[in-house]
Design a protein. Sequence first.
Length: 58
Amino acid sequence: MPYGNKVKFHYDVPAYIKKQLAEAAKKLNMTATELLSKTIEEEYERVKHEQASANSGK
């Protein structure tokens, strides 16, 4: 479901992951959704960078 420039994903997250995410987010003074989004964005950038490096090495 797109809204703005964001896409809402529907999936089940195990309860223990939700708890860990909420605890980590609280320590960082952010919401669990913000932390999850930030983590996904960082991982996407890392993978994109790795792919660019691999393609430039060919």
